[in-house]
Design a protein around this ligand. Structure first.
Ligand SMILES: [Zn+2]
Length: 434
């Protein structure tokens, strides 16, 4: 689960009921433990995006998808759904005012274009900012690429320290194809000389980085053009400050090796079922650094053809409702949850609405992009996000998880999805999104 930030059972009874269907028995605790342990092992290095550990995790998942008998997505040779991102560094800046060169340190260029050549006769918006809060907002908007036109911002000399602080802010990595309007911040000096003319010449260095989701599909028998998506994210946050036991690897066993394991188990489960609708299984990259994997994936699909998305995130421990339960984010935004619950009638399992609405979890996970496009895309979770001390720590290890509970949840998800997979139920679309 991505950090919250501005930018996102009564055991014997339930087992008895779930075990009634022979298929469900194929979801076994032993296999769940094996997969989750592999993904959360120290040699995966906490699976940070852009580092070798995550590549190892990708290779492992590709192999699991192959063993499950999935097909690669249309247009792909293998299970890797590859894309690029990049970071930008200002390489050179030359800003002239009345033919005199401005101090380089007092100019901040926020742009992902390799080269900018501006003069005051060009169509550039010019603004002056005299308030630190306004400056911070503008800088953030510039880094997010949400400024409407190319802009030169004169920053009042009194805001020198705020300006310096912002200049050091690392920009988020960008996805290929993202274009912005350059925004150039210039800190005024005390002289306040009248500006008769100005010009800017700047270059930026782009550093291209490769990353990939892992995705496969079972083509539906009777409704192949209608998709149901099962997803989890396989990246995590990598290396942190060591704890007392000198452990520095954030293994991300709950977050989200647990959900990724569910995706693999469900792939194996449904492969044998000859589903009516097509089912896509996907392990996302780069969730923790901004949800980029799911954003890329979502843009490759026609959202109108996606009937439902089951995003599974942090199901490693009991929910606040105890065993035999999980919650669904954005429960009230479609009838997805109601359908799932209906399919579990007679079992002890219950899906609850998200008990932490103030945490904004619906928008903090990989379902958000498709949900904004109208897809009934929800996240299923058991996290006790308000008090889980292991969240995003080096102690999020397999030993802290309840493997039997995870197994029961995966079985419940499999059963609850049945009428959607078979084409009998179609959840209502999501309209209320921000
Ligand atoms: Zn997380």
């Amino acid at each position: 689960m991505i950090m919250k930030k501005a930018l996102l059972l009564a055991l014997p009874i339930s087992l008895g009921i779930v075990a009634q269907t022979a298929q469900a028995q194929k979801i076994r605790a032993k296999e769940v433990k094996k997969i989750i342990t592999t993904l959360a092992a120290d040699d995966m290095g906490g699976r940070p995006t852009f580092k070798p550990g995550i590549d190892k995790a990708s290779v492992f998942l590709e192999n699991e998808f192959k063993k499950a008998g999935l097909q690669p997505l249309a247009g792909s040779k293998g299970y890797r759904q590859e894309f690029n991102m990049y970071t930008v560094k200002s390489a050179s800046v030359r800003f002239l005012v009345n033919s005199r060169e401005w101090r380089r340190d007092d100019v901040a260029v926020v742009s992902n274009q390799p080269r900018i050549e501006w003069r005051n006769t060009d169509k550039i918006t010019v603004e002056t900012i005299t308030d630190a809060g306004v400056l911070r907002d503008k800088y953030r908007a510039a880094q997010d690429g949400s400024v409407e036109s190319p802009t030169l911002v004169w920053v009042d000399a009194s805001l020198a320290s705020a300006f310096k602080g912002l200049k050091g802010r690392r920009a988020r990595p960008l996805m290929s194809g993202e274009k912005d309007n350059p925004v150039v911040f210039v800190l005024k000096d005390g002289a306040n000389e009248k500006v008769a003319e100005w010009s800017l010449s700047a270059t930026q260095e782009l550093n291209i980085m490769h990353l990939n989701n892992v995705a496969g599909i079972i083509t539906g028998e009777s409704k192949p053009d209608e998709y149901v998506v099962f997803s989890g994210h396989y990246d995590h946050i990598g290396i942190l400050k060591p704890n007392e036991a000198k452990d520095s690897i954030a293994n991300g066993a709950d977050d989200d090796a647990s959900g990724t394991t569910a995706v693999v188990m469900l792939a194996n489960y449904y492969k044998k079922k000859k589903p009516a609708r097509s089912i896509i299984f996907v392990a996302f990259t780069a969730e923790e650094i901004g949800g980029y994997g799911s954003q890329y994936f979502s843009r490759q699909l026609d959202p109108a053809k996606v009937v439902a998305m089951f995003n599974i995130e942090m199901i490693g421990k009991e929910s606040k409702f105890g065993r035999n339960s999980a919650f669904i984010t954005g429960f009230e935004k479609s009838d997805f949850g109601t359908i799932l619950q209906k399919n579990l009638q007679g079992s002890a399992f219950k899906f609850h609405p998200d008990p932490y609405p103030e945490q904004n979890l619906f928008y903090r996970s990989d379902n958000a992009t498709l949900a904004r496009l109208g897809v009934p895309a929800h996240t299923i979770s058991t996290t006790q996000i308000d008090k889980d001390k292991l969240y995003h720590s080096v102690d999020d290890e397999v030993e802290s998880l309840d493997i039997q509970n995870i197994t029961d949840i995966i079985k419940a998800i499999a059963k609850s999805a049945e009428s959607i997979i078979s084409g009998k139920d179609t959840p209502t679309r999501v309209t209320d999104v921000k």
